[in-house]
Design a protein around this ligand. Structure first.
Ligand SMILES: NC(=O)c1ccc[n+]([C@@H]2O[C@H](COP(=O)([O-])OP(=O)(O)OC[C@H]3O[C@@H](n4cnc5c(N)ncnc54)[C@H](O)[C@@H]3O)[C@@H](O)[C@H]2O)c1
Ligand SMILES: O=C(O)[C@H](O)CO
Length: 326
């Protein structure tokens, strides 16, 4: 008999077909995105769950007595209560590696768009406001040969560093939980403390996971350390930044601009002050959202789910749970 799995989101055809071959699949039918409360009602006898970002905590796990695996279709997994999973001996997986290049491209896109004011000037042209001879107040900032400071030099951080260093000849500094001498050598990176990184970088890119240590890592004190002509880019999770502090830093011109893919509340409220600022580029959490990469992520999550249910070791167990399942 095939194991029963509950799929809490839409999947590309390839991944759905693969799962149907190995599992009996039940799907969330909507409306809208599933909530943790709805998931608790739906899980029933399922042995496996496939989710993106839905909070998975004790109440959801307790509602599914047969659960053996939660496959998270994303690289970040801050939606998972790891302690509750560990206590119930339920393995959890994520989808690293397959999205690194795509997210790194998006980080560079945000950096370039913010520095060269691409969306703002696009709006100006479309509004028929292009005058001959460009006002100096609309000039942007150079990217090439500037200093990029990356906070969180992991898989994606390294791919961004390669683009910035080899492509744009930027001077790349980084701050990380641990130093990476091999990457320093290969990519010409400079390691520095957080304060030094913030006070010397022209662009600051945040790429850590969201954890209790990184929650509000960027607060008033950190924005005050940044250079006045520096730009802040966040591609990690919204809650790594105290948004109120970012708004203040932008309004009071402690920093020159920002490029954001993620927010404390998603979707961000239409009346959020950040959305009224011309010097802020806002994207709707699309770091990995290309057609190709979303298929690869879905296949990765589906394979992890099937492996776990058929007694093979899933490839991408979240690091904190590996010691208990490998
Ligand atoms: N915007 C998007 O669509 C998108 C897409 C993919 C990933 N992400 C986010 O990016 C994060 C990073 O992804 P990754 O695959 O590079 O992860 P990773 O685990 O390879 O890298 C994270 C790095 O951050 C470092 N780090 C962790 N805590 C730290 C701390 N307190 N101080 C300094 N450094 C710390 C780690 O040592 C590691 O090197 C994900 O967890 C996710 O939240 C967002
Ligand atoms: O972590 C990720 O993979 C992205 O943010 C998509 O959720």
């Amino acid at each position: 008999m095939k194991p029963l799995v509950y799929i809490a989101r839409e999947l590309p055809e390839e991944a759905a077909e693969f799962l149907e071959q190995h599992c009996e699949c039940r799907y969330w039918q909507g409306p809208g995105d599933i909530t943790d409360a709805k998931l608790a009602e739906e899980v029933g006898e399922a042995e496996g769950l496939l989710v993106t970002g839905t909070p998975i905590h004790e109440k959801v796990l307790a509602a599914g007595p047969n659960l053996r695996v939660v496959a998270n279709l994303s690289a970040g997994y801050n939606n998972l209560d790891l302690q509750a999973l560990k206590e119930r001996r339920i393995v959890a997986t994520h989808t690293p590696y397959v999205l690194d290049d795509t997210v790194a491209d998006l980080a560079m896109a945000l950096l370039l768009a913010s520095a060269r004011r691409v969306p703002e000037l696009d709006r100006l042209v479309k509004a028929g406001q292009w005058k001959k001879g460009m006002d100096a107040e609309l000039y942007g900032l150079d990217v090439h040969h500037k200093r990029l400071g990356i906070i969180g030099m992991g898989r994606i951080g390294e791919v961004v560093a390669r683009r910035a260093s080899l492509g744009f000849e930027m001077d790349v500094a980084y701050y990380n939980r641990r130093r990476k001498p091999e990457a320093e050598e290969r990519l010409g990176l400079t390691y520095c403390g957080l304060e030094e990184l913030l006070s010397t970088s022209d662009f600051v890119l945040l790429l850590t996971p969201l954890t209790p240590e990184t929650r509000h890592l960027m607060d008033e004190a950190q924005f005050k350390l940044m250079k006045q002509n520096a730009v802040f880019i966040n591609v990690s999770r919204g809650e790594t930044v105290r948004e109120e502090a970012l708004v203040k830093a932008l309004e009071e011109k402690w920093i020159a601009g920002a490029g954001l893919d993620v927010y404390e509340q998603e979707p961000v409220s239409p009346d959020h002050p950040l959305l009224r600022m011309d010097h802020v580029v806002t994207l709707p959490h699309i770091g990995s959202a290309t057609a190709e990469t979303r298929i690869n992520m879905a296949m990765s999550a589906a394979k992890n789910l099937v492996n776990a249910l058929t007694g093979q070791s899933p490839l991408d167990i979240v690091p904190e749970l590996r010691p208990y399942f490998l």
